[in-house]
Design a protein around this ligand. Sequence first.
Ligand SMILES: *[C@@H]1O[C@H](CO)[C@@H](O)[C@H](O)[C@H]1NC(C)=O
Ligand SMILES: *[C@@H]1O[C@H](CO)[C@@H](O)[C@H](O)[C@H]1NC(C)=O
Ligand SMILES: *[C@@H]1O[C@H](CO)[C@@H](O)[C@H](O)[C@H]1NC(C)=O
Ligand SMILES: *[C@@H]1O[C@H](CO)[C@@H](O)[C@H](O)[C@H]1NC(C)=O
Ligand SMILES: *[C@@H]1O[C@H](CO)[C@@H](O)[C@H](O)[C@H]1NC(C)=O
Ligand SMILES: *[C@@H]1O[C@H](CO)[C@@H](O)[C@H](O)[C@H]1NC(C)=O
Ligand SMILES: *[C@@H]1O[C@H](CO)[C@@H](O)[C@H](O)[C@H]1NC(C)=O
Ligand SMILES: *[C@@H]1O[C@H](CO)[C@@H](O)[C@H](O)[C@H]1NC(C)=O
Ligand SMILES: *[C@@H]1O[C@H](CO)[C@@H](O)[C@H](O)[C@H]1NC(C)=O
Ligand SMILES: *[C@@H]1O[C@H](CO)[C@@H](O)[C@H](O)[C@H]1NC(C)=O
Length: 686
Amino acid sequence: MLGRISVGLSALLCLQASVSVSFAAPVDLVKRNPYTFVLKNPYAATVFELGDVSYLANTKHPKAVLGADCEFSAASSAIPITVIKTNTSTISKQTLEGIVTSYLEADDVFSQDFLDGVYVSSSVKAELDASAVEFLASLNTSFLLVDESVSSGNSKLSKISVKATSDLVAGPYLASIGSGSVSFSTVYRLYPDTYRTFLFGAYDANDGEDNYSPLGVFLPKFWDPMIPVPSRIYFWDDERPLAGERVAIKDLYDLKGLQTSGGSQAWARITPIANGTAPSIQQILDLGGVVVGKQKLAQFASGANPWEWQDEHYPFNPRGDGWLTCSASSSGGGCSIAAYDWLDYAIGSDTGSSMRRPAAVSGIYGQRPSQGAISLDHVLPLGAATDTAGVFSRDPYKWVKFSKAWYTPSLHQTSTTTGLSPLSFPDTKDFPKTILYPVEYLPLNNSAAEPILQDFIANMSRIFNMTIKEFNFTATVQNWTDPVASDLLTLIGATGVINSWTAWTVIAKPLLTAWAALFGGRFPPIDPARRAGWISFNESMYNADTYAEALVTKNRGVEWYEDKLQYSTPESCSESVMLYDIGTGGLPSFREQILNESPDASYLAVLPETAKITGANICPIFGCADFTVPIGQVPYQSNVTFHEEMVPVTINMVVKRGCDFMLYNMIEKLADEGVLKTVKTGRTAF
Ligand SMILES: *[C@@H]1O[C@H](CO)[C@@H](O)[C@H](O)[C@H]1NC(C)=O
Ligand SMILES: *[C@@H]1O[C@H](CO)[C@@H](O)[C@H](O)[C@H]1NC(C)=O
Ligand SMILES: *[C@@H]1O[C@H](CO)[C@@H](O)[C@H](O)[C@H]1NC(C)=O
Ligand SMILES: *[C@@H]1O[C@H](CO)[C@@H](O)[C@H](O)[C@H]1NC(C)=O
Ligand SMILES: *[C@@H]1O[C@H](CO)[C@@H](O)[C@H](O)[C@H]1NC(C)=O
Ligand SMILES: *[C@@H]1O[C@H](CO)[C@@H](O)[C@H](O)[C@H]1NC(C)=O
Ligand SMILES: *[C@@H]1O[C@H](CO)[C@@H](O)[C@H](O)[C@H]1NC(C)=O
Ligand SMILES: *[C@@H]1O[C@H](CO)[C@@H](O)[C@H](O)[C@H]1NC(C)=O
Ligand SMILES: *[C@@H]1O[C@H](CO)[C@@H](O)[C@H](O)[C@H]1NC(C)=O
Ligand SMILES: *[C@@H]1O[C@H](CO)[C@@H](O)[C@H](O)[C@H]1NC(C)=O
């Protein structure tokens, strides 16, 4: 039914159309679901349903409020409405139908239920012809608003004088029509986090102060937090590299308006809501990315096993039997990217393996960039000179696009933080000539997985004309003449000092002190991964002086590495790319400890028999770039589903510090050649 209203809008005309036409629905439209109010959240946004889909509308701070000078009597505080923008002078049924169809095809937030109201504008003087009016009638559109650029042959159209707005981009909104004004609130579809990878959803408060608001809504039937994602249509004309990309954030990073917990309720208890946004996250927002929530992590970015999580409930991995580990510490991020098509990226951090291993067990892309790649201000630290920030993705091209835009030179860390030489990231195609195959770390443990790696190596060697060289990493380093740089245990010891001291000064000491003062001298409730180290922390061993010495030791190791092992030549940014596996070599590893005791399963972070350090330790020690990429999958017989399941196979690619962009260019080339692929969400990656 048309013609319920007579509304005047800023930059709008009110159409009081009492057209009543009987039409066969042209697009495949079934009866529209009505607006159903659910609740106001504590931040005064509105949760509502259209049929069985839940939405959030930011009614506290609408996207646009347009003044109107026509009176409106019927109560219409909440109208699902579709904003349509055209460039054409004749708006016909065909125009509208084409636009509605494109919205339905390309967006998971928009649905026909938003056609209760329609607002049409055009960049040129335009006429809404009779077929268009009839088309809207066939959709039972109740509210038709037209911009002053748009006229109609319909005599019932009354023109209202109003101001134009450019704020209001196309897409679905929740409109509220009051006396003399109409407001348009941004809408978000609410997805249940069925794998429980998030702590909470969040959305842009649009309050003019750059705050984000937590959503705090969950699905009681399955205990899932609800995650708000905005319409992709809002960003169709936004040229920024990450416009409209949905990004989840590990809860170590500050985002203004949200609590940063580090996965600890005790920490949340003693710290205020973040009053600023980490520069690394601000960069994502500036590039057009949309933050959709904060995610779970092993508490304070520890390497805790799934069964050691106490404060948070461990997230679920969609791969295989659904009982596989998500690893640590960026566990929520890795598993969410393997799980949800509605999520584009997740931000994590890597100190000891925390991006690379979650990527491996989830069968997705994830990296530890070169040491110093991006500012970690406003991020809870583990070790200031060993921490790095990374991003998870399913798609190699999207992953490269994000990474190149994100790791911008202005955000590189200085030598004061890293203790290393200044960083530069040449965007070069000076590819490596050698594939290094370290014999202590390879072949893959599951003999069914190694052929997948051998195919990958053969393809890479062919595509880049590279020579494959087997070598013993441990023996090579131990053979260096420098007594410090050649001593892997000294180097890993320095890494240990770096990791302990920063977290102690920034997190542990303030937490222990505040908790003792609040609760009669008690130690805070924290997960076992940190309790033992912090109760017996020895400041004679770990202090500012030993930290400074550790930075010198680290730098010495890095200099030798870049001179003797992975170095630049006139032809190559990094003469070699080294391969190893940070995962389980194609064996399943489970969230339930006892299942890992089987010979057909594996724990994580197993030190290979003849190595001195795990492969994961190499780049934290030597500053290099280390990327996890998915290359295949192998079957296993599950003792959880009692059915054959697939576990992902991944490989790690390591290049000299600073050659990250060269490695991205290699990855794009491997994707062009069909060697690397976009992985699927769900039970299997391929
Ligand atoms: C429009 O209303 C008619 C009558 O209530 C109904 O049969 C039809 O399904 C509706 N169409 C849409 C698109 O909602
Ligand atoms: C209208 O033109 C502008 C500018 O060329 C363009 O950005 C926009 O995508 C066009 N919109 C439609 C609906 O074609
Ligand atoms: C944020 O909070 C910190 C500590 O509470 C304070 O020192 C700082 O001035 C605040 N910054 C802003 C921008 O309010
Ligand atoms: C990779 O190499 C194997 C042989 O080693 C070959 O069968 C396969 O087609 C190659 N894949 C691609 C995408 O080139
Ligand atoms: C491949 O590399 C070898 C050296 O390893 C070189 O002799 C040869 O010319 C290269 N082939 C091509 C096609 O570049
Ligand atoms: C690698 O070298 C180390 C040190 O010489 C040696 O102990 C180890 O057995 C070697 N590993 C392999 C697989 O050759
Ligand atoms: C150790 O160094 C010597 C002398 O440079 C060299 O001949 C030998 O090949 C090296 N061994 C390894 C395992 O790198
Ligand atoms: C702390 O470290 C110092 C220096 O290594 C050592 O002498 C001392 O015994 C340690 N204290 C404790 C309580 O372990
Ligand atoms: C499943 O259990 C059987 C019997 O205990 C065992 O032999 C097998 O290795 C287990 N499978 C896995 C993948 O752990
Ligand atoms: C392979 O598995 C065995 C048994 O769990 C383990 O001892 C060995 O270190 C593993 N090798 C690698 C490279 O992870």
